[in-house]
Design a protein around this ligand. Structure first.
Ligand code: GRF
Length: 194
């Protein structure tokens, strides 16, 4: 794991594809006095991602890659990560699967947040599936990214109770609130020597 020495913050890139509520939350977290990270780069595969507006709002560099050809895009991303001296990647609603090669190059330095209690409900439509299976609980997980989808080492999880009238949308909203607490806590847990 990366160790913090002195007041230096870990240069972080956040990868998004959509709304970016977790991105906003991580930026706010990075602006706090006691925080191990600074967000220096926002990466997106989607030029229309709503979350990209936070780049302007918080004056953070953003980069968009069209992802027509994954290999070429990833090469460009890796180049930009190096140029910006990025040491940590936080995936936050990034809808592309990173290649094994890419993950190997950033081994142990990519985090993801997933809206289920992993190993349950890997992949998409987690809330739908949890409700259909009449789960009493679902939740969210922050984990390290390895080459298998949503399967890396779990850092932290939060359990959330489903109500009787739960819909995928209500559950999504409910869990998202907990995601915003969990992601910073997981980062603090990893870089605990603050
Ligand atoms: C979150 O539910 C996250 O767990 C999942 O994608 C969603 C992204 O939401 N990976 P947002 O763009 O951060 O609002």
């Amino acid at each position: 794991m990366v160790k913090l020495i002195g007041p230096k913050k870990i240069r972080t890139a956040v990868f998004i594809s959509g709304t970016g509520s977790n991105l906003k939350n991580l930026i706010e977290f990075s602006l706090k006095k006691k925080t191990p990270i600074e967000v220096n780069l926002i990466v997106s595969n989607n030029v229309k991602a709503k979350g990209l507006r936070f780049a302007k709002l918080y004056k953070i560099k953003k980069k968009i890659y069209n992802y027509d050809k994954k290999q070429i895009s990833e090469k460009k991303i890796l180049k930009d990560l190096k140029l910006n001296n990025i040491k940590l990647i936080c995936l936050a609603g990034f809808m592309k699967i990173l290649s094994k090669d890419f993950i190997r190059k950033f081994k142990g330095k990519i985090l993801n947040i997933h809206p289920s209690l992993l190993p349950k409900y890997k992949g998409l439509n987690t809330h739908n599936r949890a409700i259909q299976n009449k789960e009493k609980y679902s939740g969210c997980t922050v984990h390290l990214v390895n080459s298998k989808l949503d399967s890396g080492k779990i850092i932290l999880q939060k359990k959330v109770k489903l109500s009787k009238k739960e819909t995928p949308l209500s559950l999504q909203k409910k869990i998202l609130k907990h995601e915003h607490i969990l992601y910073p806590r997981a980062i603090n847990k990893i870089f605990a020597n603050l």
